[in-house]
Structure formats: structure tokens, C-alpha cells
Design a protein around this ligand. Structure first.
Ligand code: CDP
Length: 219
């Protein structure tokens, strides 16, 4: 059985949905690294009270140098001791997460935290750079993708189900922008590791993707 599973891919590819189910079926811990970047962005927004466009690297480093981020076994997210699981899912925080994720100081800090969390094994971790940077020796690497229209549709449904107002065209635009920014940044860009298995989920159900990952994990 593969003990450390890395799942990477662009926004809305279904990483967290399928990773959570795979973790539950295998009795593994699910680690959502995107939630950590989102928590940094939320703290920047709250502490500085400024718009994403006004965030400078200096301000981001200042906020990130004194931050406590924790994930519990139920994948709840805590920022400086306060639960922020729902607050970090807004489109504004998504944009901010992609901005803070460009900063080397933030990446280094979160990468160390992520490695420490994975040290015991029996984990499935999802993000953008897990197979390439955080856990290059993972036993199984998956790169999940889907067409941008399908990913926008999934994010639209997710936001609606969580009670947020959502505009499909706007979401598609934001996802495309974030894909570009995440893939083109200098440090640890979104990329498929050479040894990752590519799964295009555009026409697959959640259960089909879960089954395929479980098969690969047991292979
Ligand atoms: O859920 P979604 O796929 O929209 O995003 P996420 O996984 O929560 O990640 C939010 C943002 O954090 C991404 O757009 C990336 O910019 C950043 N991120 C990253 O740089 N590295 C990771 N390992 C995870 C997320």
C-alpha cells in the first residue's frame, strides 16, 4: 500500500473532494495545503484591511512571520486558534491565496509545516507543488485536471451549496487567472511531476476518480 499520496492540479479539478474520500476509505490523514495559503490570505485581509491588489511582499511577509495555522483530523482550519474553515472559501480569499503563494518566505514556512505533518506517513496531501517540491519522494503522485468550463461549473456548484453568491462567468474568469498566475510564478509553480499519473476528470464522476486513485494506491 502506498503510504504517502500527493495530489496536485489546478483550481476546481476535484482534488479536495476526492482526496477526502480516499483518506476516509484508507484511514489516512487528509492534508489540504491550499487551506494553509488561504489562511495566510485571510489574515492579510483581516489585519491590513486592504484590497488584494494593495498587498506587497513586505506586508505579506510581516503577517506570515507571526501566524499559527492548524488543520484538525476533520480538515477544519484554525488561524491563530480561531476556526476559519468557511471564511477561507470566498472568491476574495482564493485570489489572495494565489497572491501570497508567490512569496518565497510564505512557501518555505508552509512547506516545512506540510513536511512535518506528512512525516508519520499514511497521508494524502493536495495542492499545487506537493509532488514536485513538498513531497518529491511520495509513493504515489496524481495530477488531477479537467477542462476550465467543467472546473468553473464545479466551483459554481460548490459555492452555491455553501451559501455564497456565485456568478458562473466571473468564476470561470477567476479560475483562468489563478491557473495562469499559479503556473507562471517563479517559485514552485503548479506543474505535473514527471512521475505523476495524469487523470483528466472532465468526464469522470467523483466515484470513478476515487476508485482509480484507490487502485493505484493498492497497486
Ligand atoms: O480549492 P482550489 O483548488 O481553488 O484552491 P486551493 O487548493 O485551496 O489553493 C488556493 C491557492 O493557494 C492556489 O490558487 C495556489 O495559488 C495556492 N497554493 C499553492 O501555491 N501551493 C499549494 N500547495 C496549495 C495552494
Amino acid at each position: 500500500m502506498k503510504k504517502i499520496i500527493a495530489v496536485d492540479g489546478p483550481a476546481g479539478a476535484g482534488k479536495s473532494t476526492v482526496s477526502k474520500i480516499v483518506a476516509a476509505r484508507l484511514g489516512y490523514t487528509y492534508i489540504d495545503t491550499g487551506a494553509m495559503y488561504r489562511a495566510v490570505a485571510l489574515k492579510c485581509n483581516e489585519e491590513l484591511g486592504i484590497r488584494n491588489e494593495e498587498l506587497t511582499e513586505e506586508l505579506i511577509v510581516k503577517v506570515a512571520s507571526d501566524i499559527d495555522i492548524r488543520l484538525d483530523e476533520a480538515a477544519r482550519v484554525f488561524l491563530d486558534g480561531r476556526e476559519v474553515t468557511k471564511e477561507i472559501r470566498t472568491p476574495e480569499v482564493s485570489r489572495g491565496a494565489s497572491d501570497v503563494a508567490k512569496v518565497g518566505f510564505v512557501r518555505k514556512k508552509l512547506t516545512e509545516l506540510q513536511r512535518a505533518m506528512a512525516a508519520q506517513g499514511s497521508v494524502i496531501m493536495d495542492g499545487r507543488d506537493i509532488g514536485t517540491q513538498v513531497l518529491p519522494n511520495a509513493d504515489l503522485k496524481i495530477f488531477l485536471t479537467a477542462s476550465v468550463e467543467e472546473r468553473a461549473r464545479r466551483r459554481f456548484e460548490e459555492l452555491k451549496s455553501k451559501g455564497f453568491a456565485a456568478d458562473f462567468a466571473q468564476i470561470q474568469k477567476e479560475i483562468s487567472l489563478r491557473d495562469k498566475q499559479d503556473s507562471e510564478r517563479e517559485i514552485a509553480p503548479l506543474a505535473k511531476a514527471e512521475d505523476a499519473v495524469l487523470l483528466d476528470t472532465t468526464h469522470l464522476t467523483i466515484e470513478q476518480v476515487v476508485e482509480e486513485i484507490l487502485r493505484l494506491a493498492q497497486a
